[in-house]
Design a protein around this ligand. Structure first.
Ligand code: NAD
Ligand code: UDP
Length: 312
């Protein structure tokens, strides 16, 4: 197949492009390099089945493809809050442009949605039926509400136009090729530990997250895209249900790197969700998917990546 990956030069996108090429597909990677990097896909450039396009998804584009993975959107709070209006445009206009293309060429399309659609959840763990608890006017809203509208568009293009759509709600994912200045907690703690800096724990560090290693996530994305299961247009959570406080994560990163660390507490950002953990029953039943790489094992691989690639 010929497969388009928007946001393909980013952290998750680059792993996905690699996986799809390994399966023998033609891959078109589309990116505007806001948070993506050419170095992430540099080793794919020699492959004649790989094509790279510099393009912004807020603008229309016409390509003949069989499948579209729509990943283009900054994912880290510091990056998506840098230009919040652009973040909304990327999610909403990006979805409209990619759905329009899917409709025109009859491609199957998958949207990278997020656990942020649950906001600061009052139901724990979060099943797909939960409507969420989202602030529509706060600093995270550009991302959360942008992704929620994108889900709405996916459902409406499916109902109104019969487009073959899929929505994955991705829970915190980590691994090699995250940016060292990405700002998300796993890369921050690893980079700080390797540099002998204090670890920046926001708030008292009792808030929880569930961390999925990138290879597990990519496996889930590919299975979701290719299943013929019934009612597959409804969202599917993909994430690792192991739940950790940020204090526990700090300790685990330090022990993985074999370093002593000290902690610096900084203010908790506004609307920071207090807890998050996926209910993955649906992914398990429909896709036979569950994560295979625990946090300890994934951190070993990620620490090794940063130890090799950053200046300490
Ligand atoms: P990332 O920032 O590394 O990748 C996003 C990519 O999209 C980058 O290459 C960036 O340059 C590109 N991009 C941004 N705006 C664009 C635009 N207007 N036009 C074209 N390209 C654009 O982030 P990631 O972690 O790889 O996330 C990939 C997708 O998965 C995003 O849609 C994100 O919202 C979603 N997601 C990720 C996580 C996670 O924990 N990593 C969790 C939930 C959802
Ligand atoms: N966080 C932290 N220190 C950091 C970066 C993040 O304590 O240096 C916290 C943040 O407040 C949140 C959790 O880690 O509670 C996960 O943050 P991240 O930005 O990785 O993802 P998200 O909040 O989008 O889940």
């Amino acid at each position: 197949m010929r497969i388009l990956v928007t946001g393909g030069a980013g952290f998750i996108g680059s792993h996905l492009c690699e996986r799809l090429l390994a399966e023998g597909h033609e891959v078109i990677c589309l990116d505007n390099y806001f948070t993506g990097r050419k170095v992430n896909i540099a080793r794919l450039l020699d492959n004649y089945r790989f094509e790279l396009i510099r393009h912004d998804v807020t603008l229309p584009i016409f390509l003949e493809v069989d499948q579209i993975y729509n990943l283009a959107c900054p994912a880290s709070p510091i990056h998506y809050q840098y230009n919040p209006v652009k973040t909304v445009k990327t999610s909403v206009m990006g979805a409209i442009n990619m759905l329009g293309m899917a409709k025109r060429v009859g491609a199957r399309i998958l949207q990278a949605s997020t656990s942020e659609v649950y906001g600061d959840p009052q139901v724990h763990p979060q099943p797909e039926e939960y409507f969420g608890n989202v602030n529509c006017i706060g600093p995270r809203s550009c991302y959360d509400e942008g992704k929620r509208v994108a889900e709405t568009l996916f459902m409406d293009y499916h109902r109104q136009n019969g487009v073959d759509t899929r929505i994955v709600r991705i829970f915190n994912t980590y691994g090699p090729r995250m940016l060292e200045n990405d700002g998300r907690v796993v890369s921050n703690f690893i980079v700080q530990t390797l540099r002998g800096e204090e670890l920046t724990v926001y708030g008292d560090g009792s808030q929880t997250r569930s961390f999925c290693y990138v290879d597990d996530l990519v496996e889930g994305l590919v299975r979701l895209m290719n299943t013929e299961a019934e009612d597959i247009q409804w969202p599917v959570n993909i994430g690792n249900p192991g739940e950790f406080t940020m204090n526990e994560l700090a300790e685990l990163v330090a022990s993985t790197a074999g370093k002593e660390v000290s902690i610096k507490h900084l203010p908790l950002p506004q609307d920071d969700p207090k807890q998050r953990k996926p209910d993955i029953t649906r992914a398990n039943e429909l896709l036979g998917w569950s994560p295979t790489i625990g946090l300890e094992e994934g951190l070993v691989k990620t620490v090794a990546y940063f130890a090799e690639t950053i200046q300490t």
